[in-house]
Every structure is written in C-alpha cells, then in structure tokens.
Design a protein around this ligand. Sequence first.
Ligand code: TXA
Ligand code: MG
Length: 353
Amino acid sequence: MTMTTIWRVKSLSGDKLRLGLKEAADLLREGGVVAFPTETVYGLGADARSTEAVGKIFAAKGRPSDNPLIVHIADRSQLGGLVQPYSRLAAALMDRFWPGPLTIVLPVREGALSPLVTAGLATVGVRMPDHRTALQLLAQAGCPVAAPSANRSGRPSPTLAEHVLDDLEGRIDGVVDDGATGVGLESTVIELAGERLIHILRPGGITREQLLEAAPDAFIDCASSEAPEAAPRSPGMKYAHYAPKGRLELVEGNPGAVARYIRKQVTAARERGELTGVLAFEERIAAYDADRKFSLGSERELEAAAHRLYASLREMDAAGVQCIWSEVCLERGIGAALMNRMAKAAGHRIVRL
Ligand code: TXA
Ligand code: MG
C-alpha cells in the first residue's frame, strides 16, 4: 500500500495552490506516479525517461506491457529532445490543435524515453493537454510525462478524481483533483505518412471533420467502431477497454423498434431476477423502463453524451446493474469517438433492427 496524497485544486488558492502543485511536480520528478486532470480524462503520470517510474504506472493499472503510453508536454520546446524532425503537416496540426485533445505519433529520438513508454516501437505518441492545471503541473515537473488514463486496466477512463481514487487509491502516490474533465473521452490518436496522409488510430476529442478542415489536402483514414483488426496499428485498440461490469448491448434501428426491443429485453431480464439499466438520449429516455436509467443528453449535442458516458458506466457498476441496453448515435463529429468507445464497452455486441 502506498499513501495517496490528494491535492484539491478547487479548494486551494494563491500560495497554497502553487505549493500543492509543486509537491505533485516534485513527486513526478522524483520518480513517483501522480494522477492529474486533463481536458479529456484523468491521466496517471510518471517521468517518461525513467523505466522505474513508468514501471509503476503499468503495475498500478495492471496494464499489459505491449501497450505504449502517450507522452505529455507543456511546451513545444520539449519536443525536439523527444522526437526526430517531423513533417510540415505534423507542425501544422500542432499549430492548430495544441494544446488540445490530439495525440500525434512521431518517430522517437533514440534513448530519449524509457522503452516501456514506447513498448518497443520506434514511435511515440505526444500531446499537449488543454488544461490549465495539467499544463502548470507539466511545466513545473519539467520532464516529459508519460500518462495513460488513470483507471485500472479494462475499467472506464476516469472523468472525476473520485473515479481515480475508486480504482487506484493506495496504489499511486497522489491525485491532483480539479473536478470534472471536459471532453470526457480520450484524445484522438493520429499517425502521419508523408505530407498528405493522416491515419486516425483512435477517434477522440478532435474530430475527423476538424482535421479535414485544418488539412484540406490530406487524406484521412479512420478506425471505425467495428470489431478491431487482428494487428491494429495502435496496440491499445485490441484490448477490450472501457467495459462496465454489467453486460452492455447497443441497439440500432428506428426509434420505435429500438424502444420495443429494449422493453422486451428489460422485462425478460427482470423475470430472470437481474438488475437492468438503460442509456438513452434525452429525447426518448421517458419511453424506457429499467431499474437504472441514464440520459446521455440531447442527441443533437453529442458533446454532453461524451462528457457523461464513462461516469454513467461507472454508476451502472456501482448500482450493481447486470445488463444494460443503450441507444446509438450517428458517427459524425464527436459521435465517431462516442460510438467507438460504446462499441468497445459493449464488447461489440450491437443489435441492428
Ligand atoms: O486523452 C488521452 O489521450 C488520455 C489522457 C490522459 O491524455 N490518455 C490516454 O492514454 O488515453 P491511454 O494509454 O489510455 O491510451 C493511449 C492510446 C492507446 O490506444 C495506445 O495504443 C496508443 O494511444 N498509442 C500510444 N503510443 C502509440 C504509438 N507509438 N503508436 C501507436 N499507438 C500508440
Ligand atoms: Mg486508457
């Protein structure tokens, strides 16, 4: 057991806040593991140059060691020491989207990072989070910080410090608590080929539409929410992530048919004595009957659904819900990332009516 220190940013100010963040940054610099908020989800950070420190991330999360970590920086000037010279396209995307939820996979500079960070690949994913507290902490630490989402492997990513503590209290050195994260889903991970091709390895906070607008001449290829390929380019995509404890099934089709199907399933599950849950958009939530219902907000504002999804899955777990049905949304804008995560949470169980 490790003593987990909690710094509550919202109840500190002035010198006390500076001191708190300095303590957290010192811990990082000294090889500790500290969770911190970003604009996407909470990350679990460690000095990316130190194999001993990064090893603690894998141990605390129970994460498979063939899954590389994203490196977080506070300033573009840190990049030169970490990666090899990169394309104009990469620079343009950094100009446009950093700080922000875009991770760019670049050829790593040999010896710059612990091999645990890259999981033996010749590349590293780098991003600059768009979050005041995160940027202050990273700047203060002064080192590149490797940080996966701060959940136990296989659990939904944390969007509140409470989620981090539920999963990792006693296993990590500290948590910087700055309330709810913004986007609620992880960053978009991209890899570039030459000056014209963008592979979206993981859809996320920066949408395909935004990338196209920033790089109108580029071709963009996307991972979809379909079952993953055998050898995905992004190693993390092959793991059954984000799973709630209950069995989640997604239901696609016209609203009437979806509502009828879910009602029938809920009735059958109740007859088996199971606790039921439904995730649905605000427009139709009243049409459902289940032991626990969660509104994803309006289907015209999928940002709200992204913001809430992981917390809803965790609340289903906390309530002991055994089977969950969810509506789906269009894979447009942030809807692409949302469906990607929901499909994974459902183990790709999707009923098409
Ligand atoms: O929003 C985020 O990206 C959050 C916050 C904390 O920054 N971090 C996060 O990290 O989601 P993690 O470890 O849960 O997911 C990292 C993803 C994995 O799917 C991993 O396989 C992929 O990025 N990845 C990392 N480095 C890579 C590389 N060199 N090549 C391909 N994929 C890489
Ligand atoms: Mg993760």
